[in-house]
Design a binder for this molecule. Structure first.
Ligand code: PLP
Length: 618
């Protein structure tokens, strides 16, 4: 187990048990021995054929542990509760879960349910996410926030305002200055008093992969000049009391608490300035960024590791805000965070099967048919191998391969002879412990679909056999997936290794690997990431008619309902829930109810992308 650093990245949820299998401790360190779950038994149970008592499911398989989810959520809350208490902080923590990190219906519903005792809410970044968050929060704590981030059009803003009408604690966070006009206009038309937040573009910059949108040149948020203009406009519209929340996000996987403290302190200063300017500020939302130690090294190496615990993260956030607010004599705000990765990463494991593809020979191969190529050097080669002379052996191998390529190109070597030479070279390399000992294991998986961030940005995950951990691996391998794409390979592993220690495969037994810490982003990325779904597609042919073309086929893009269905939600049911809520709230006002119902119908039916209001000029 130490070979795979399980105690580093897996604690307190994953460990190797006495049978050599991975055990899951669903309640973290509070798990009793009898509550431990043997992962191999789970996989066997769900994959065994139905007549033998199994569920007859196929691999690859994602195994989710809702208890782990609950434990993560409670750990986050109690880390902040402790920091608030120990520092005598004058307010409290009330977090939200950014649904984009994994929008799966059951995960979002679980988070709302588990977080209800401490008013845990949701964050949404686009229209279908707002729809799903609204319908889930109908069953949650009424004080839980629904933070609406992301670029917004008229429909998005209407939907968020409608959330307030339905008595969901919705905050519209301005991501761009022009969104304010929409908010002012629509809130007057819809007769709703909005709660407004704004996202500040901080100067604090993260330098890792995820931080590319932080700093002054970042893609999101308002500059100080824009913030001042927003305050002026709100004041002129008599709506400055609506501005209540300040948000920022300096990127995922913040590597250290010192960088975190810089960002939080900068934002706290802006918060205090907004208080001074007369906004009724109440909440500071520190965004996401609470990181995961994917390789268990605690090194803080970019993207893959962080140097702090959840408790240290909470301490740093609370103390930075407290320090700045105390110096400015500003009342301590409610602290919100949008931690996604930290909540859902641990609770899912991807299980897939590996089969050895190319295996070096164990015995010295026969070389009768290639004697002429060895040029009488056979004895010398064997002697070099026997005395462990790596350098000389490798030189022979190189020369042999060179001669063999030339011979094959000249047509004097057959494919059988080529095979014999390859066999001899592999044997030499194995005997001297050369690097070609690395085997290729074929895995029944698509890296593009299931581990997109590994393919797209080199994110590394712990990959471990879920059994045989009591046996020393006899080989090491790289993983090659079943797609017809040369990039469908994993050749880099945690710890900076270029191969993974693996067991020799016995053809009578399935060899099962687990890819751990994959609950955030991975599951949603391969599919409909951010819930922006498939595009509209048209087929256009040249025609001699009046327009010189004819549209021969037109397929609409996926609607919000379609993408929600793809992550297990039931749009019909959601619409019913929301209409029911509207009925309850608006039972006296029939017209108002009709408008709200029509707005909801449209939102489910339309595409998730922003709707453009202007036509196209030719
Ligand atoms: N909030 C915003 C605005 C984000 O863009 C993201 C993701 O990058 C998050 C929250 C979630 O961040 P994390 O998964 O690091 O907690």
């Amino acid at each position: 187990a130490s070979l795979y650093r399980i105690d580093g990245w897996g604690a307190p949820y994953f460990t190797a048990n006495s049978s050599g299998n991975i055990s899951v401790r669903p309640h973290g360190s509070d798990t009793l021995p009898r509550q431990e779950i043997d992962l191999l038994k789970v996989v066997k149970n769900v994959t065994d054929p139905k007549p033998s008592g199994g569920l007859g499911m196929q691999l690859p398989l994602v195994v989710r542990f809702p208890d782990v989810l609950k434990n993560r959520l409670e750990c986050l809350q109690s880390a902040f509760d402790s920091a608030v208490k120990s520092q005598g902080y004058g307010s409290y923590y009330q977090g939200v879960y950014p649904v984009k990190v994994n929008q799966d219906r059951f995960i979002v519903e679980d988070i709302v349910k588990f977080g209800s005792p401490f008013r845990f809410g949701l964050e949404a970044g686009c229209k279908p996410e707002v729809l799903l968050a609204m319908s889930c929060l109908c069953k949650g704590n009424p004080d839980a926030f629904l933070v609406c981030n992301g670029f917004k059009d008229r429909e998005y803003v209407s939907l968020a305002l409608l959330g307030r009408k339905l008595k969901i604690n919705t905050v519209i966070v301005l991501e761009q200055e022009q969104e304010l006009d929409l908010v002012i206009d629509l809130s007057q038309k819809m007769n709703v008093r909005p709660v407004i937040g704004l996202r500040a573009k901080l100067r604090t910059k993260q330098t890792n992969y995820y931080g590319s949108n932080s700093g002054e040149k970042g893609k999101f948020g308002l500059t100080s000049a824009q913030i001042v203009r927003v305050v002026t406009k709100l004041s002129e519209s008599g709506m400055l009391d609506c501005l209540q929340l300040l948000h920022f996000h300096i990127g995922s996987q913040i590597p250290s608490t010192s960088l975190l403290s810089d960002g939080v302190s900068e934002a706290a200063l802006i918060y205090c300035e907004l208080v001074r300017l007369g906004a009724h500020m109440r909440v500071i939302d520190v965004g996401g960024g609470l990181g995961i130690d994917y390789d268990g090294s605690k090194s803080g190496e970019a993207d893959i590791s962080v140097t702090y615990t959840i408790e240290e993260y909470a301490e740093a956030v609370v103390s930075s805000i407290r320090y700045v607010c105390d110096r400015r004599s500003v009342k301590h705000p409610v602290i919100c965070s949008e931690s996604g990765r930290a909540i859902v990463t641990h609770h899912s494991v991807l299980i897939f099967e590996a089969a050895s593809a190319v295996k070096p020979m164990a015995h010295q191969p026969k070389t009768d048919d290639i004697q002429f190529l060895l040029e009488g050097e056979e004895e010398d080669l064997y002697a070099a191998v026997m005395r462990g002379d790596k350098e000389t052996s490798l030189l022979y191998v190189e020369q042999l391969k060179q001669r063999c390529v030339e011979g094959f190109n000249d047509g004097v070597l057959s494919i059988e002879q080529l095979g014999s030479i390859d066999g001899l070279c592999e044997w030499v390399l194995k005997a001297i412990g050369g690097s070609d000992l690395v085997q290729t294991y074929n895995i029944n998986l698509s890296i593009f679909t299931s581990i997109s961030s590994h393919w797209g940005m080199g994110q590394l995950f712990p990959i471990v056999p879920i059994h045989k951990l009591d046996q020393k691996p006899g080989a090491c391998g790289i993983l090659s997936d079943i797609t017809c794409d040369s990039e469908g390979k994993i050749v880099k592993f945690i710890g900076g290794e270029s191969s993974l220690p693996l067991h020799e495969i016995d053809s009578n037994e399935r060899y099962l690997l687990g890819l751990f810490l994959m609950g955030s982003y991975e599951e949603s990325m391969g599919g409909v990431y951010n819930l922006f779904g498939g595009l509209s597609v048209v087929r256009v042919s040249q025609s001699d008619g009046p327009h010189s073309f004819v549209v021969t086929r037109a397929g609409p893009g996926q609607s919000s309902s379609d993408v929600l269905r793809a992550v297990q939600h039931e749009p019909e049911l959601m619409l019913q829930t929301l209409k029911h809520r509207a009925e309850e709230v608006m039972h006296e006002e029939e017209n108002e109810y009709k408008n709200v119902a029509a707005c909801l119908d449209r939102s489910f039916h339309n595409m998730p992308y922003l709707a453009t209001e202007e036509g196209i000029n030719e």
